[in-house]
Design a protein around this ligand. Structure first.
Ligand SMILES: Nc1ncnc2c1ncn2[C@@H]1O[C@H](COP(=O)(O)OP(=O)(O)O)[C@@H](O)[C@H]1O
Ligand SMILES: [Mg+2]
Length: 271
């Protein structure tokens, strides 16, 4: 479905009970450091799932396991019903897992539009020969992909900066371009690592709105690491809480908020 068609057709959320991704007893070690210690949880199709916990709890490492950057020594990850032992990031991407990073990772010298286009590379069908000549099937392909990217640009309201090199953009907009690039992959599962870190209040509110809109409009399942508890409470359907690599709580925002272990480990201190 094109972005515009999706925008016109859907306006209600489609949270289901179907498990899209299951993490079972995952343990990840770096030498003597156990970054993740026997963690299990699942992500249901259509939901917004928050992952919270103090610094060093293993949140980023967990996203890296899910998208194939890291390979856990123990445990299993099952995505769309298929259990994998090892998976490379590009395979995860081709199966519909996209992500953004804790620290913005864009091509600074390239424009907003070109950065977003890089999110389409996996979808390009013409071979490299035609692509280099920009002829025949490659030309038609590029036009189609460019159109899709323009729709994402409209959706995220970044028309005004489409030709601007991203290195010149303020941080909040860079984060939005990164989200745009991830969306250009048309992911089924979107992993966001602290999408609002370092933002001012207005930028945060915008980002919240876009995350909800993405979930509603495209039906994208979202796993989100976030420190701002207000944001977590507003956005997420369920929250998993990590501390020192272990899971200490898992439930609705209200359940987690009133859990004494969570209060002691995380909510009692300011972040
Ligand atoms: N590539 C790595 N090499 C060595 N240690 C790492 C690596 N990535 C993460 N760690 C360690 O794993 C632990 C969890 O880190 P991380 O997943 O980044 O936590 P969080 O995102 O919750 O702050 C930390 O102790 C961190 O130092
Ligand atoms: Mg992190």
């Amino acid at each position: 479905m094109s972005a515009t068609a999706a925008i016109n057709s859907a306006d209600t959320r489609a949270v289901t009970n179907e498990v899209l991704l299951a993490v079972e007893n995952v343990t990840l070690r770096f030498g003597g450091v156990t970054a993740i210690n026997g963690v299990s949880f699942d992500i249901r199709k259509g939901e917004i799932r928050a992952i919270i916990g103090p610094n060093g709890a293993g949140k980023t490492s967990m996203l890296n396991c899910i998208n194939g950057f890291y390979h856990p020594q123990e445990g299993r990850i099952t995505y769309k019903g298929e259990t994998r032992q090892r998976m490379r990031p590009h395979v995860a991407a081709s199966q519909g897992i996209a992500r953004t990073f804790q620290n913005v990772a864009l091509f600074n010298g390239m424009t907003t539009l070109d950065n977003i286009m890089t999110g389409r590379t996996l979808k390009m069908s013409a071979n490299i020969f035609w692509q280099m000549l920009r002829l025949g099937p490659a030309l038609a392909d590029e036009i189609k992909h460019r159109e899709y990217c323009e729709e994402i640009i409209d959706f995220l309201e970044i028309e005004a900066i489409r030709k601007t090199p991203v290195g010149r953009l303020p941080y909040g907009l860079q984060k939005r371009v990164e989200l745009a690039r991830a969306l250009a992959m048309q992911p089924d599962l979107l992993l966001l690592d602290e999408p609002m870190a370092g933002m001012n209040l207005e930028e945060k509110q915008d980002m919240c709105r876009f995350i909800i809109d993405v979930n509603k409009t495209f039906g994208t399942t979202i796993a989100l690491i976030e420190h701002d508890m207000g944001v977590v409470m507003d956005l997420s359907d369920r929250v998993v809480v990590l501390e020192y690599g272990r899971k200490i709580a898992d439930g609705t925002p209200d359940e987690v908020k009133s859990d004494q272990k969570v209060i002691d480990a995380y909510l009692g201190v300011s972040h």
